[in-house]
Ligand binder design. Sequence first.
Ligand SMILES: [Zn+2]
Length: 464
Amino acid sequence: MENRKEDFSKWYNEIVEISGLIDKRYPIKGMNILMPYGLKISQLLDEHMRKFCDQSGIEEVYFPLLITRGQLEVEFEHLKGFESQVFWITRGGTDKLEEELSLRPTSESAMYPMFSLWIRTHGDLPLKIFQLVNVYRYETKHTRAFLRDREFHFFEAHTAHATFDEAEEQISQYIDIWKKLAEVMCIPFVLHRRPDWDKFAGAQYSIAAETVMASGRSLQLATFHQYGENFAKPYEITYSDESGESRFVNQTTYGMSTRLIGGIIGTHGDDRGLLIPPDIAPIQAVIVPIPSKRDPVPYANKLKGILESAGIRSRVDSRDQYTPGYKYNDWEMRGVPLRIEIGEREVTGSTATLVMRTAKGRKTVAESELANEVLNCLAQVKQKLTESAAEKFRSMFTTASTLGGIKEARGAASAIWCGSRECADKVEQETEMTCLGNRVDIQEEGNCVVCGSHGKLATFSRTY
Ligand SMILES: [Zn+2]
């Protein structure tokens, strides 16, 4: 396996396959097979999102995959933003379709004609829904598993509100949900308000959550968009207020994709392989029986039963063609947070030996204490991952007070920017770093590193 620090990109491309997350051999560019291990991580992330949405009163729906050309053409800016990325279906069997159908690139144009039927009065508001579906985008750039695919799993929440202020509150609620998910993934991030020319097609403004990978490139993980009335007008989504007057709704969205998995790989992986945060690890503890005079497998299975009862996801690796040493390396490479070794000593003494993926040393515990000790170890792994990711993240940010300072940054650069496109373009021409926008969490003002006029703190970074 490639050394991660020396060539992150090569390491990444290799680890996604050898760890069993995906198989890239499917014959369509940008469309990979999600293998059981990778799919399970995706499903566990979905479970968390379903729970957080449920707690926030956002209900799950399912909209059809296909969208008519007419639906897509209603909002011009939106169509323009996606035009070059849409896959079109032009035939049904041997018939040429009367109206071309697109595979959803995102679902505004599928949902909003229905919103205009569903919403009648202020009593129908707020309307808050989400779906977890696959979307399709015809990427012409170099594709990369989980980071830039042509088919990918997508979370999208869509809401409609009576007033702009209520829509603003919704954006805050989205950010709270995102923070909970980032905590589950142990991923540090910063929030940026995108420059106007880079906001989502049709949005009033967009906020994005970004992390920085070991390659020094930033990765956009989640976006929150304030639409105001921009979609309500073309899609005619109106309600009658208390006095019976017809008004346009204000809308928001929240989007995330399989990039989350790319972020997890890039944030926590090391030279030994992946490291999956315990809350979303398909296997939280792997039990490895060490062959001896007394067959350890029945005892290993008993321990698995104990863990299962405590809600811990585990597996007994009883493959007899491999040595225990091979299995240790294999599960470390696949990022299982905890290993449980079962040899003769453990069978005889009714104990288990625990080894955390994030720490050196072993710990032998009594069978009666197993579940508690495992939960304790998983909590320690989570804490360690959170801390080391935060430390790496901080080291990836350089504060720059000049253009030269931005150029020298190994990862992302924090610098004052006046907000003009000219200055952002100048930075990009000289450093190849894109302006991600102003920081949402820090309000710092000063002089623009390019033109010297008044500005606010922004981030510049190479991106995925
Ligand atoms: Zn400037």
